[in-house]
Design a protein around this ligand. Structure first.
Ligand code: TXA
Ligand code: MG
Length: 317
């Protein structure tokens, strides 16, 4: 990267001024920090891809201040509209048909005829978008393929201070938004996330299909190896082997000698999701070759946690 260390904006207004001028700026949402840029400005969007080292075929989510703004860019109708009305603002991303000539950069959508839209729950994020007056394209604020950032410090560390960060403290959810799309057969989940699938099903009274892993991989961006720490991961491990660090869930086993952190001593999936990326980063920083991870239940938020762990453990090129 050619960027020099930069000063962080001290306020929403300062961050909005950077973004209005076509610069990029990281900002907090309730899920993870996003690396934002004006989604209608191709240069700003290109800058996001460059800073992240992200493959250009992988489209970005356009973050909107409210449903009205989102409907200027995507056709949100029928079941999709019901989902938006029920779950926005919140950690749900809707993939819907793109409104033609809406002004959204086709670099942000990777040239697709669909667009991923979300209205974040975090008021700071919505105030920022409203102040910019345009949707913000924002992938998670990490170099492509690495752990997602849940604090301003993570963002600064990952980009070595070369990206300005609007600091809003830690993110409460800790895993990215749930991504769904609506087709003739109903709702399909493309990525498990901070809004549990069961909650969508309960609210809408319909089953939510899960895109098969192969379909998810051929869908842009659902890359198998992602969120990768430097250390290798061994999943569903009841206890660490000698030389391994341990990431526990619901009480650490007795007599652990190496580095160990507990995602949630009481076995609370919300707490575990919030701690996931930060704790993986902390164990990774110890320089260990391998991190063993306790089994995590698959229901509720456990679906997203297991998805991120499986991608983090997937073989890399
Ligand atoms: O919680 C979140 O969603 C965070 C915060 C910053 O909002 N953002 C985030 O963005 O996780 P990112 O870029 O890391 O993940 C967005 C995912 C990618 O896997 C991308 O392929 C997918 O959304 N996506 C974007 N547009 C799409 C489309 N039109 N069709 C299918 N998938 C799409
Ligand atoms: Mg990401």
């Amino acid at each position: 990267m050619s960027y020099q260390p930069v000063a962080d904006p001290a306020s929403i207004e300062e961050a909005a001024a950077l973004l209005r001028a076509g610069r990029i700026c990281a900002f907090p949402t309730e899920t993870v920090y996003g690396l934002g840029g004006d989604a209608t400005d191709p240069d700003a969007v290109l800058e996001i891809f460059a800073a992240k080292g992200r493959p250009r075929f992988n489209p970005l989510i356009a973050h909107c201040a409210d449903l009205d703004m989102a409907r200027r860019f995507g056709r949100i109708e029928g079941l999709a509209l019901e989902l938006a009305e029920r779950f926005w603002p919140g950690p749900l991303t809707l993939v819907v048909p793109l409104v033609e000539a809406s002004g959204l950069s086709d670099i942000a959508t990777a040239g697709l005829k669909t667009v991923a839209l979300r209205v974040p729950a975090r008021p700071l994020a919505r105030d920022l978008i409203a102040s910019v007056g345009r949707p913000l394209a924002a992938p998670s604020a990490n170099p492509s393929g690495r752990l997602s950032p849940t604090s301003a410090e993570h963002v600064r560390a990952a980009f070595e201070g070369r990206v300005p960060v609007l600091d809003g403290g830690p993110c409460e959810a800790g895993v990215e938004s749930t991504i769904v799309t609506v087709g003739p057969d109903g709702i399909t989940q493309l990525r498990a996330g901070a809004l549990p699938r069961e909650e969508i099903e309960a609210a809408m009274g319909v089953a939510v299909a899960v895109a098969s892993h192969d379909a998810a991989i051929s869908a842009p961006g659902m890359l198998k190896s992602h969120y990768a720490p430097g250390a290798k991961l061994r999943l569903a491990a009841a206890a660490p082997e000698p030389g391994e660090a341990y990431l526990g869930f619901g009480r650490l086993p007795e007599g652990i000698e190496g580095e160990a952190l507990d995602l949630s001593p009481h076995g609370d999936l919300r707490e575990a999701a919030r701690n996931l990326f930060g704790f993986l980063a902390r164990l990774d920083e110890t320089g260990c070759a391998r991190i063993a991870v306790a089994p995590i239940p698959r229901e509720g938020l456990g679906e997203a946690i297991n998805d991120r762990l499986e991608r983090a453990a997937a073989p890399r090129d």
